[in-house]
Design a protein around this ligand. Structure first.
Ligand SMILES: [Ca+2]
Ligand SMILES: [Ca+2]
Length: 323
């Protein structure tokens, strides 16, 4: 097929532009050659100018259907301990998908004949990684990228929590800085696992007498000695090796609540605060001069940093106006 003609000038030079050539399909090329034809119509043998692939379009950004695994507490927070993430999705068959960490390629793979691809990255170091994916057609033209967001890889175990058993009661806790803030402390006793989220100060507590296990059945914690183990799991899903000890329960009697407010007050709507065991119900009884009950109030204390010691909880009563 003739795709262009022109005349050689008086010096024997020529320049011929082809007609517009359509984009090649995958693995197709134009095989081009040039001939000279004299005024008498005699055509020369052809001079090959090689095989040319024409591509004027760039691939669409790849469609990403999943990035896995996103381990730990959340499967959607892009915080993971998986260092080799697998990106799957769809694109134009025959294009090459490249995964970038910033501007650095960290994995490539072909889109198959059905339009699917799956690319696993090379190992990513602990820390933040801004990932994206792009498609490159067989002619080497790369399209715009699809952003995959910033992924944080964390393969470090949290610090091992320190367990403190309290005064012979089935209460276990960790003082401030005894565990990694935000991690989950798991306490395993008698086939049951209890968990607590470590607060911002690295403290946590579990009252085994009242807490509901996250797995297993709550054991009967009468007076005695119970093997107990504790470990911590961070948000990315890394866990420490459980450390074992014994919990010695000598009493299950709850300590009496301690109130700190001055009982003599001119305030007709006093706020009464105090400490009591976590999980216990505190009842405040108002008596008159003849010990006749005027009113009772009750609430369940909640943990508070203002309360001491750490395994006790704050209880507050805002009384209605009294006379
Ligand atoms: Ca996660
Ligand atoms: Ca960690």
């Amino acid at each position: 097929m003739v795709v262009g003609t022109g005349y050689a000038d008086a010096n024997g030079n020529y320049a011929v532009t082809t007609n517009p050539l359509a984009d090649n399909a995958l693995n197709e090329k134009y095989v081009l050659s040039v001939t000279a034809t004299d005024p008498a119509g005699m055509e020369s043998p052809a001079t090959s100018i090689g095989a040319w692939a024409i591509s004027t379009s760039i691939p669409n950004p790849p469609v990403v259907t999943s990035v896995s695994q996103d381990t730990g507490f959340s499967s959607t927070d892009r915080l993971t301990n998986d260092t080799t993430l697998t990106v799957t999705g769809t694109g134009t068959p025959g294009t090459t998908i490249t995964i970038y960490d910033g501007t650095t390629p960290v994995g490539t793979g072909l889109v198959d004949a059905n339009g699917n691809y799956s690319v696993t990255t090379s190992p990513l170091a602990d820390g933040a990684h801004a990932l994206s994916a792009s498609a490159t057609n067989p002619f080497g033209f790369e399209g715009l990228s699809t952003q995959l967001g910033t992924w944080t890889v964390d393969t470090l175990d949290p610090i091992q929590p320190t367990l403190t058993a309290n005064n012979g009661l089935p209460l276990v806790s960790g003082l401030a800085n005894s565990a990694e803030p935000g991690s989950t402390v798991s306490v395993v006793i008698g086939g049951a696992t209890y968990t607590a989220i470590v607060d911002g100060n690295g403290a946590w507590s579990i009252n085994l007498a009242t807490a509901i296990p996250t797995s297993g059945s709550a054991p009967a914690l009468a007076t005695g000695t119970f093997p107990i183990s504790v470990f911590s799991t961070d948000a990315a899903g890394n866990s420490t090796t459980p450390s074992s000890s014994n919990l010695v329960v000598t009493t299950t009697v709850q300590p009496a609540p301690v109130f700190t407010s001055n009982p003599t007050t001119s305030d007709t709507t006093p706020l009464i605060t105090g400490n009591s065991e976590i999980g216990s119900t505190v009842t405040l009884t108002l008596l008159d001069a003849n010990n006749v009950v005027i009113a009772t109030y009750s609430n369940v204390p909640t943990t508070s940093s203002n309360c001491t010691p750490i395994f006790l909880a704050c209880s507050q009563f805002q009384l209605p106006s009294v006379s």
